[in-house]
Design a protein around this ligand. Structure first.
Ligand SMILES: [Zn+2]
Length: 203
């Protein structure tokens, strides 16, 4: 299938049905020679985060400026975010395929979950208390925390039973169809399988 084109980060579709699932779908064709790494630079992460609604244009501009001033820190953030993405992918894929998770992946997610919870603070407003996430949109890795929160929410909810791996590629999705009959992450994957079946019959 050499004609398959790799969608750039600015065009990658959001088909996962959940923020953390779309996050792990940023790359694809894992375990092949042609893995599609769409987070090549820190700026790629910002493009995706903006599209996912995690950052405003102004925040993207500020973070881009921050990254230019601290290129080594931006590279470290990129590599950490990729590491988080792949660990999370293994956890979610394991759920979808009902395989036992790796202990280091579970421990890493637990570690991230603790860090995420540390970001909440209790505030008093008017006549009530509120638990609010401290947002620091200046931090280079600020986009990762809502993704971690989304992952924890998904893996601990009943929705997790709807998580599937695409029948054609390595992307994941939450099947929100009524009879849970969705097989493909996106139409393109279903079309590819149908075309292959058609061609096999024709031959
Ligand atoms: Zn697919």
């Amino acid at each position: 299938m050499s004609r398959r084109k790799t969608l750039p980060v600015q065009d990658i579709p959001f088909v996962g049905g959940c923020l953390c699932v779309d996050f792990v779908n940023i790359t694809g064709a894992r375990n092949t020679q042609r893995e599609r790494e769409r987070f090549q630079t820190y700026a790629d992460m910002l493009i995706w985060s903006r599209r996912a609604g995690l950052l405003t244009s102004a925040e993207v501009r500020r973070l881009n400026a921050n990254a230019s001033n601290h290129p080594a820190a931006a590279r470290r953030t990129l590599s950490r975010v990729r590491k988080i993405r792949e660990s999370l992918y293994r956890v979610l894929c394991g759920v979808a395929e009902q395989t036992r998770p790796r202990a280091d992946d579970v421990a890493f997610l637990d570690h991230l979950s603790r860090l995420e919870r540390q970001r909440y603070e209790l505030t008093h407003k008017g006549s009530r208390y509120e638990l609010r996430r401290r947002e620091s949109k200046e931090e280079l890795d600020c986009m990762i925390w809502p993704i971690v929160a989304s992952a924890i929410e998904l893996v601990t909810s009943t929705e997790i039973a709807r998580l599937k791996r695409c029948g054609e590629c390595d992307w994941l999705f939450v099947d929100d169809s009524k009879n849970r009959s969705r097989l493909w992450c996106k139409n393109e994957c279903g079309d590819r399988v149908r075309a292959r079946r058609h061609y096999a019959r024709y031959k």
